[in-house]
Design a protein around this ligand. Structure first.
Ligand code: FAD
Length: 561
């Protein structure tokens, strides 16, 4: 198939000073901050607002309350040190320092919007703070074990009631509109003018011209076969940015969560797996990972002195190695009253969602160990942003999981992502408000969308095959255990999949599924190429042919061309 001529310009236009793409915690905070400053904003999102990675977060949000520093209960330095340790030498120390000092701003914002964090009536400090793997102190704010749901629903309610925010649900952003794309010959610094967006219900493409555009499109867990991420996490922001020549880095660092519920009947299936929060392995709860159902032996101690309390990269790799070496289907997470000395009531009241979901599947977690496997969970790399969350293209910001701020390094410390997304949602807006040039922006002429074809794709079976192949290749060849041979095969196969999905995109009217497939394949290829490039093992990038860390200068950052 070859590219067809572009034709028939669509006349569907919206002009906005501010365009936000994505409605997780990052996008919603940005929208609320803009509205609170009296600005009007267009917020587009692929499905309903609530549909996001944010919704599924269980554990909570990490932050040190300045009042606890005064009381010497915790310190910003301690949070920073834990973050740096998890990041395995690739964090930006200044970013980490700033984050640890300001993270609590995100918690205050959420409380002000109406999020009811779990309280602790027995302590001087009003909130119950959890301690998760890798944290030296309890500093995780939670709402039971459904923190993300509480955050997302609260913010969505605020946004829905706000007349300054024009919400476009079931709208999928296709491509960014940039100065260089409009005029290929000009050599000035590039600038973003908005995006082309598919209106899924009306099956037409809207041109949204915007003074400032914010990519808040979240992660890309769906590029892997087994993931904790919901359907929308297809790496759209990464792919759109890459096509617009925006800098992207550290994509090889994809964090695998050590424990999602293993369900035999989901094998090979595209469904999201149920996450078993790390808080169950945390200090407070004390759950342990075992190889046999009735054992109380923490096998992770063979890999790290912290045993099952170690950071996720260590734990996920330990599970992967054992599963592969012993031909197991899964390992066991034991949080029973016998293993943890916690009462059934304690388990039920602290982890109600997990208790209920597991019970529905025939597992009473107070009595039965939980079968768990690792699954793709969090994208540590992303679109490179500066301290204001602006990308390498002016007037384009990236916030939340899609951004690479320098905080996560080679591995994310548990519960830092919700707070990072909330914090940068505000930082980006402060910078955008201070730098908006309305006059210049209104002069720019943007062409309407020209569909290459009006024809609808009929061959759904082939499309599904491309989806499945992309995801299987990623899991088998570019998962936790990587090496050159596997990665070369992954890159070759994914290059072919990018070509074929691009052909489909140019030969048919862009449906939501075609847009996602094209983005999924490109994001997968970027991850595989980055993993092939990084000849070392560090954080959540583990290569069995380069098992050691390499601290040479050139390994410190990997930018995707
Ligand atoms: C199961 C699970 C548990 C987690 N637990 C925790 C935790 O306890 N603590 C923690 O800190 N982090 C946790 N995380 C990670 C954290 O939830 C995410 O990193 C964070 O919520 C990301 O927020 P976000 O706003 O960047 O993106 P998201 O919340 O993923 O939102 C992205 C939005 O962009 C939209 N979108 C994507 N592409 C397009 C497009 N082309 N056009 C229009 N809209 C688009 C999506 O529909 C969605 O609305 C967890 C993640 C998962 C999946």
């Amino acid at each position: 198939m070859t590219k067809k001529e572009k034709r028939t310009e669509e006349k569907n236009f919206i002009t906005a000073d501010y365009l936000i793409i994505g409605s997780g915690i990052a996008g919603l905070r940005a929208a609320i901050e803009l509205s609170n400053s009296g600005q009007k904003v267009v917020l587009v999102t692929k499905t309903e607002i609530e549909h996001s990675n944010t919704f599924y977060a269980q554990g909570g949000a990490a932050a040190v309350d300045p009042s606890r520093v005064e009381d010497e209960k915790d310190s910003f330095e301690s949070h920073a040190q834990d973050t740096l340790k998890a990041g395995a030498g690739l964090c930006n120390a200044e970013v980490v320092e700033r984050f640890s000092e300001k993270a609590h701003d995100g918690i205050e914002f959420l409380i002000n919007q109406g999020v009811e964090f779990t309280e602790n009536p027995d302590d001087e400090y009003p909130y119950e703070l959890h301690q998760e793997g890798g944290h030296a102190k309890p500093r995780i704010y939670c709402v039971g074990d459904f923190t993300g749901k509480a955050i997302e629903e609260t913010l969505a309610k605020v946004v829905r009631a706000d007349l300054n925010i024009n919400i476009l649900e079931y709208h999928t952003a296709i491509n960014l509109i940039t100065k260089k794309w409009l005029d290929k010959d000009q050599n000035e610094d590039d600038k973003c003018y908005g995006a082309y967006v598919l209106d899924r219900q009306n099956k037409s493409v809207v041109t949204i011209k915007a003074g400032k555009t914010f990519l808040a499109t979240g992660g890309a867990g769906r590029v892997f076969q087994y993931t904790s991420n919901p359907e929308n996490a297809t790496g759209d922001g990464i792919a759109m940015a890459h096509r617009a020549d925006v800098d992207i880095a550290n994509m090889e660092f994809f964090q695998f969560h050590p424990s999602v519920l293993y369900e035999a009947n989901l094998e090979g299936d595209a469904k999201k797996r149920f996450l078993i929060t790390e808080a169950l392995r945390g200090e407070k709860m004390g759950g342990i990972l075992t190889l046999e159902k009735d054992s109380l032996e923490d096998f992770v101690l063979n890999y790290d002195v912290r045993g099952s309390h170690a950071t996720r990269d260590v734990v996920a790799k330990a599970i992967d190695v054992e599963i592969k070496a012993k031909g197991l289907k899964h390992v066991w997470l034991n949080v029973t009253t016998k293993a943890t000395c916690k009462s059934k009531e304690y388990i039920k009241s602290n982890f109600p969602e997990i208790y209920k979901t597991c019970l529905e599947k025939g597992i009473d977690i107070s009595k039965d160990p939980i079968p768990v496997v690792p699954a793709a969970h969090y994208m540590c790399g992303g679109i490179v942003v500066d301290e204001n969350s602006e990308t390498s293209i002016r007037d384009l910001y990236a916030i939340g999981e899609v951004a690479h701020t320098g905080l996560m390094g080679a591995n994310r410390l548990a519960s830092n992502s919700l707070t990072e997304a909330a914090l940068y949602g505000k930082i980006a807006i402060e910078h955008a408000l201070a730098n908006h040039d309305e006059e210049k922006f209104s002069e720019v002429k943007i062409p309407g969308w020209c569909a290459s074809s009006k024809e609808r794709i009929a061959d759904v079976a082939t499309m599904n095959q491309f989806w499945d192949t992309t995801r299987t290749v990623m899991t088998n060849l570019c998962g936790i255990d990587r090496n050159e041979q596997r990665l070369k095969l992954a890159v070759a196969t994914l290059t072919a999949l990018v070509d074929v999905s691009t052909d489909i995109y140019y030969n048919f009217f862009p449906t939501h599924e075609i847009i996602e497939l094209r983005n999924l394949a490109l994001t997968a290829k970027i991850i595989a190429e980055s993993a092939l490039w990084r000849k070392e093992s560090r954080g959540c990038h583990q290569r069995n042919d380069y098992p050691e860390r390499n601290d040479d200068e050139y390994m410190i950052a990997s930018n995707v061309d």
